[in-house]
Design a protein around this ligand. Structure first.
Ligand code: SAH
Ligand code: SF4
Length: 334
C-alpha cells in the first residue's frame, strides 16, 4: 500500500470518497500532514491511521564548517540510504533532494555515478525528505524551505512518474506549498524526460548538465551522450523553453585541463548563442576515483568572461557549498 506521503491532493480526495468520506476533508488531511497537526474527525483520522508515513532514520548528520550546509544520511525501512542536503542563504533555505539510490548514468566525475544504480525512490520518499528538513528547520526556529533542487543522488528524469507525483505534492499550496518556479530539476540530458516534462507544462526550472561542447568531449565525461547527443539535447531544451517561456539553465562542471580553456568557452558560447539559456559554472568538487581538479579562481572568471563576450548570455558561478563535508555537487555517495 502507498504511504501517507504518496497521495496527491486529487488522489486523496478520491480515496476519501471511496471510504465514504466527503472529499472536502482532504484539505484538513493535507494541513494535518504537512502544516500543523490538528484534530481530525474520527472517520478521517481512521483513514489516516490506516496509512504509514515514510519512516526514515538519520544515520549521519554533518554540518559544514561555516554551519550553512548540512548533510543528512537517511535510511529507509529496506535499509537503503540516501543523502539530503540543506543549504542556508541569509535565512532562506534550499533543499537538495535525492531521486534514486545510486544512479545508472555513470558520469565519470560523479561519486553517485560510481555507486551504480540500486533503485528508484518513490514519490513519498522524495516528499519525506522535504518534510524531514522542514521539521528540522522548525526545531531551530527557522522558516520552512523556500527552494528545492533535484540535484541530489540520481537522475530525476530516469524516475519520471514518481518525480512528477512527488513534485505535485511538494508544490501543492494546500500542503508544503513550494511554488513550481522555486523547484529546479537537474538532468544529465535525458531527452525523453525533458520532452515529457515540457508536455506536463508545470513550470519547473530545468537545468541541463552539459560539461562538453562536442559529442566527443562530452561523451568522455558523460557516457549517455551517445544516446542523447548534444544537437538533439539542445533542440529538446529549445522546445522546453518555448513551451514554458523560461530559460533553461546550462550547468558546466569545470575540470582543469579538460573543459576549462578559452577555446572551450568560445565553442560553448557559439553553441548557445541566441538560445534562451543561462549558464551556471560549477568548479569540480573532488571525488574518490576521479583524478580531476577544479581550475583556479582566475581561470573560472576568465571562462565566464569569454562566454559573456562571445554570446552575450548570462553566466553565473555556482557557490561551492558543503565541500568540506562531502555535500557538494557530485559528492553524494552515502
Ligand atoms: N543527475 C542529475 C542531477 C544530480 S547531479 C544531473 O546529472 O544533472 C547534480 C549536478 O552536479 C550535475 O550538474 C552534475 O553534472 C554535477 N556534478 C556531478 N559530479 C560533480 C563533481 N564532482 N563536481 C561538480 N559537479 C558535479
Ligand atoms: Fe547520475 Fe547526475 Fe551523477 Fe551523472 S552527474 S552519474 S546523471 S547523478
Amino acid at each position: 500500500m502507498d504511504s501517507l506521503y504518496d497521495f496527491t491532493f486529487s488522489r486523496l480526495e478520491d480515496s476519501l470518497r471511496d471510504a465514504g468520506i466527503k472529499a472536502l476533508h482532504a484539505k484538513e488531511v493535507y494541513r494535518a500532514i504537512y502544516k500543523v497537526s490538528g484534530i481530525l474527525v474520527p472517520a478521517v483520522q481512521a483513514w489516516v491511521d490506516q496509512r504509514q508515513p515514510v519512516e526514515t532514520t538519520v544515520v549521519r548528520d554533518i554540518a559544514s564548517s561555516d554551519g550553512e550546509t548540512r548533510k543528512f544520511l537517511l535510511r529507509f525501512a529496506d535499509g537503503q540510504e540516501i543523502e539530503t542536503v540543506l543549504m542556508g542563504y541569509r535565512g532562506r533555505s534550499t533543499a537538495c533532494i535525492s531521486s534514486q539510490v545510486g544512479c545508472a548514468m555513470g558520469c565519470v566525475f560523479c561519486a553517485t555515478g560510481k555507486m551504480g544504480f540500486t533503485r528508484h525512490l518513490s514519490a513519498g520518499e522524495m516528499v519525506t525528505q522535504i518534510k524531514f528538513l522542514n521539521t528540522h528547520l522548525a526545531s531551530e526556529g527557522k522558516e520552512p524551505l523556500r527552494n528545492v533542487v533535484m540535484m541530489g543522488m540520481g537522475e530525476p528524469l530516469h524516475n519520471f512518474k514518481e518525480l512528477m507525483t512527488g513534485l505535485e505534492i511538494i508544490s501543492d499550496p494546500r500542503g508544503i506549498g513550494i511554488a513550481p518556479s522555486r523547484i529546479s530539476i537537474s538532468t544529465v540530458g535525458h531527452i525523453p524526460g525533458i520532452q515529457k516534462l515540457a508536455e506536463a507544462g508545470k513550470g519547473y526550472q530545468l537545468s541541463v548538465s552539459l560539461h562538453g561542447a562536442s559529442d566527443d568531449e562530452r561523451g568522455a565525461l558523460i557516457p549517455v551522450n551517445k544516446r542523447w547527443p548534444i544537437a538533439d539535447l539542445l533542440e529538446a531544451c529549445r522546445a522546453y523553453s518555448e513551451k514554458t517561456e523560461r530559460k533553461v539553465l546550462i550547468a558546466w562542471t569545470l575540470i582543469e585541463g579538460a573543459n576549462d580553456s578559452d577555446d572551450h568557452a568560445t565553442r560553448l558560447a557559439e553553441l548557445l548563442k541566441g538560445r534562451q539559456v543561462h549558464v551556471n559554472l560549477i568548479p569540480l568538487n573532488p571525488t574518490e576515483g576521479f583524478d580531476g581538479h577544479p581550475p583556479s579562481e582566475e581561470r573560472v572568471l576568465e571562462f565566464q568572461r569569454v562566454i559573456k563576450e562571445t554570446a552575450e548570455i548570462p553566466v553565473t558561478v555556482r557557490q561551492r557549498r558543503g565541500i568540506d563535508v562531502g555535500a557538494g555537487c557530485g559528492q553524494l555517495a552515502g
